[in-house]
Design a protein around this ligand. Structure first.
Ligand SMILES: [Zn+2]
Ligand SMILES: [Zn+2]
Length: 228
């Protein structure tokens, strides 16, 4: 039985997605299918924000995150490593914690010092790190949602550029956008005051949350039934 524990690391979460959905993803979905599903479920989550329906937002963002992890598995990107490189307990732009981009009117990225001793061990502690860098009291949830949508657009653009050019620098852009998107997912959950790791451990207590198998054997009709 595959499950996600409350004290999961980002790597363990990514490995869980591979164990449960890797086979089905390899057989049924290409990069564009995965990006479309990341977008599809995130947009459903944004609808939840507009309707002030926390359950809808939470569930759809959890499913969108599974697709996101699936895409990262396909591209062989270690999400935790990229997040830490981009956000080493400071804002990726101004280099401070909490972020002071607005007060200091910073619009050019500052050189960032990385102190590896501060690296969070678990997903929960990564979420807390993002709350420290970008306190949710400084924004409303609608803004957090818009920022998340922006980052999905930027990830899609980076994947399109890389698939066109096959250049290392374009692949590096995908890694940066991966970290930015992850930070925005944490931002929305921080605005909702929900612990992502805890919610994942409830949803994924026993293999796939719909068919309860590992590897997942859902067909498209099952998934539609589940989310409708
Ligand atoms: Zn900043
Ligand atoms: Zn399934």
């Amino acid at each position: 039985m595959a499950s996600i524990k409350e004290n999961t690391t980002i790597k363990e979460y990514q490995n869980f997605v591979e164990e449960v959905y890797g086979l089905s993803n390899d057989r049924h979905f290409n990069t564009w299918d995965m990006l479309t599903n990341i977008e599809r479920f995130t947009m459903r989550g944004l609808k939840g924000i507009r309707k002030k329906d926390t359950e809808k937002t939470k569930m759809n963002l959890i499913i969108a995150s599974s697709w996101f992890m699936s895409l990262m598995n396909q591209l062989h990107i270690n999400v935790g490593d990229e997040v830490w490189k981009r956000f080493p307990y400071v804002c990726s732009c101004c280099g401070s914690c909490p972020c002071s981009c607005k007060e200091k009117k910073i619009n050019k990225r500052q050189k960032i010092f990385v102190d590896n001793d501060k690296k969070p061990d678990t997903l929960e502690n990564f979420q807390k790190m993002f709350e420290a860098i970008y306190p949710s009291k400084n924004r409303n949830i609608e803004d957090a949602g818009i920022h998340l949508a922006e980052e999905i657009g930027e990830l899609s653009e980076a994947v399109l550029a890389y698939r066109g050019n096959h250049k290392e620098e374009d692949f590096n852009k995908i890694k940066l956008e991966t970290a930015d998107l992850f930070s925005c997912v944490m931002g929305v959950f921080n605005s909702l005051k929900l612990n992502v790791a805890k919610e994942l451990s409830i949803t994924f207590s026993n293999n796939c949350h719909v068919c309860k198998k590992a590897p997942c054997e859902c067909d498209f009709a099952d998934v539609i039934k589940f989310i409708s």
